[in-house]
Design a protein around this ligand. Structure first.
Ligand code: PEP
Length: 245
């Protein structure tokens, strides 16, 4: 399947810095690229390089109404978003999002034609306790409960070990291969059309390790934080996703 390389800008950027960054991006044949930007910049991104899709970093589980501070999936769709990240570990850890909320957010996104990028992954303590797939299975089960088997095949799943995010310490190719295979097999075991589900790896993916990570079976793309803020690095990663240099 076509690989997806999605940049998660997190809470970074300014009108001027975004312009510079976007000037350095261009489509890579055979690869889908996306940038997930802070809400206020969605309007700026209405103009962006061809071949670069737009995404947000969160979405409300609610449709509309008295939910101060929330942004609905319908609003994101209106600004041309194709993707929205849900359940990023920073939202789970810092903003109290639990598995059930993540499931409802994924459902709200799909209802408006957005593709949720559902983030799952274990902490270092959970890995040390041998609970990697117990945790990921619990996180995925909540999304499956909210969506049902058929719609579950439409989401993108991003495996993001919490200990690898923003730390400069990527998971090893062996660890990534093992978990991605386990996620696909978990999905298949639930009756989901698992071969159709894109599995991204995220966690300190950089220009110098991307090619090795994309060579791992079952890695269908990357969710890239820090390195997505440097156009040249994001381009190297995107080209690596296409098998080029
Ligand atoms: C992320 O924010 O999803 C991420 C993977 O960050 P980084 O690439 O900086 O580790």
């Amino acid at each position: 399947m076509t690989r997806l390389v999605a940049g998660n800008w997190k809470m970074n950027g300014s009108l001027a810095a975004n312009r510079d960054l976007l000037d350095g991006l261009m489509a890579v044949p055979g690869v889908e690229m996306a940038v997930c930007v802070p809400y206020p910049y969605l309007a700026q991104l209405l103009e962006r390089p061809a071949g670069v899709a737009l995404g947000a970093q969160d979405v409300s589980e609610f449709e509309a109404g008295a939910y101060t501070g929330e942004v609905s999936a319908g609003m994101l769709a209106e600004f041309g978003c194709r993707y929205v990240i849900v359940g990023h570990s920073e939202r789970r850890a810092l903003f109290g999002e639990d598995d059930a909320v993540v499931g409802r957010k994924a459902r709200a996104a799909l209802a408006h034609g957005l593709v949720p990028i559902v983030c799952v992954g274990e902490t270092l303590a959970e890995r040390d306790e041998g609970r990697v797939m117990a945790v990921i299975g619990r996180q995925l089960a909540a999304v499956l409960d909210a969506l049902g088997v058929a719609a579950m095949a439409q989401v993108v799943v991003a495996y993001e070990p919490v200990w690898a995010i923003g730390t400069g310490r990527s998971a090893s190719v062996e660890q990534v291969g093992e978990v991605h295979a386990a996620i696909r097999s978990w999905l298949a075991g639930q009756g989901v059309a698992a071969a159709a589900v894109r599995l991204l790896y995220g966690g300190s993916m950089k220009a110098d390790n991307a090619a090795a990570l994309f060579a791992v079976p079952d890695v269908d793309g990357g969710l890239v934080g820090g390195a997505s803020l440097v156009a040249a690095d994001f381009m190297v990663i995107s080209r690596a996703a296409g098998g080029g240099v």
